[in-house]
Ligand binder design. Structure first.
Ligand code: SF4
Length: 111
């Protein structure tokens, strides 16, 4: 094998590894999570919460996402309040007064 082919193979293998790591980092709830949908589809959401998405939904904090924990505990992303941030706090300008008791229990458990 010539050195150019070896270099190409190394380049290809490195890129594939990065891509696979990126895929592994993505949260399995991305398609159904209302938080991620919100920030992906609204200008306000994008500017306000892109940092959360990069750290939680597509990053190293995925396993500590409270939305993810509530989703697992209660049976799916549909049971997570729309206005909950990945850190378990309500979105700015909203509150948690209407969150069900089961949700509150999970949020407290992660504190
Ligand atoms: S907010 Fe949490 S549950 Fe939703 S996609 Fe991001 S990491 Fe997953």
């Amino acid at each position: 094998m010539c050195s150019t082919a070896r270099t190409h193979n190394l380049f290809y293998a490195t890129n594939i590894r990065w891509i696979m790591e990126g895929i592994k980092m993505d949260c399995e709830n991305l398609a159904k999570c209302k938080f991620f949908t919100f920030i992906s589809t609204t200008k306000t959401g994008q500017s306000a919460a892109t940092g959360f998405a990069m750290k939680y939904c597509k990053g190293e904090l995925r396993d500590s996402c409270v939305r993810r924990r509530v989703s697992k505990a209660l049976g799916g992303p549909q049971y997570v309040p729309d206005n909950m941030l990945p850190n378990g706090y309500p979105l700015a300008g909203t509150n948690d007064v209407e969150w069900p008791g089961a949700v509150r229990t999970q949020v407290k458990g992660s504190a």
